[in-house]
Design a binder for this molecule. Structure first.
Ligand SMILES: NC(=O)c1ccc[n+]([C@@H]2O[C@H](COP(=O)([O-])OP(=O)(O)OC[C@H]3O[C@@H](n4cnc5c(N)ncnc54)[C@H](OP(=O)(O)O)[C@@H]3O)[C@@H](O)[C@H]2O)c1
Length: 118
């Protein structure tokens, strides 16, 4: 197993952790080429709603572009890709949504997650 962090290294990290900015696609590709994972679990995001509204371009880069890059890299590797979306893809008017319900995001973050799902 191999894991990455960006700004905040985990406490008691072992040798299988490395610092990686997932928007630095060349470095991400180098890492994937080296480790050739069978499964990629992508949990990184900018999930701070205010930050996403203030800097939508940066939010799009990590929330959408990095996800797309990883999904395509996983396909090229033949690896399973697991992505974490958000209930913010819905507008919250009704609640108790099913995954199959139509999306209707209101905020940049929810729109990013919708684009990343697509
Ligand atoms: N928490 C919730 O209630 C909730 C609900 C629905 C969906 N989600 C989704 O579940 C996932 C995990 O949520 P969470 O609450 O654990 O989020 P979080 O605490 O905000 O953690 C996000 C992680 O993404 C990393 N990250 C951000 N930008 C990065 C970059 N450019 N390169 C590499 N890593 C980067 C951060 O690393 P550093 O800290 O090292 O910078 C951070 O550890 C996210 O996709 C989120 O959208 C969360």
């Amino acid at each position: 197993m191999f894991a990455t962090f960006h700004h905040h290294p985990p406490k008691n990290r072992g040798q299988n952790w490395c610092e990686l900015d997932l928007t630095a696609f060349q470095a991400v590709q180098k890492c994937l080429d080296e480790f050739r994972p069978d499964v990629i679990i992508h949990t990184a995001a900018n999930s701070n709603l205010d930050e996403c509204e203030k800097n939508p371009q940066a939010a799009e880069k990590i929330n959408v572009a990095a996800t797309e890059f990883l999904a395509q890299a996983a396909e090229a590797l033949g690896a399973r890709f697991i992505f974490v979306s958000s209930d913010m893809v819905f507008d919250g008017k009704t609640g108790f949504y099913a995954e199959s319900d139509p999306v209707s995001p209101l905020a940049v973050y929810g729109k990013n997650k919708t684009d990343a799902e697509n």
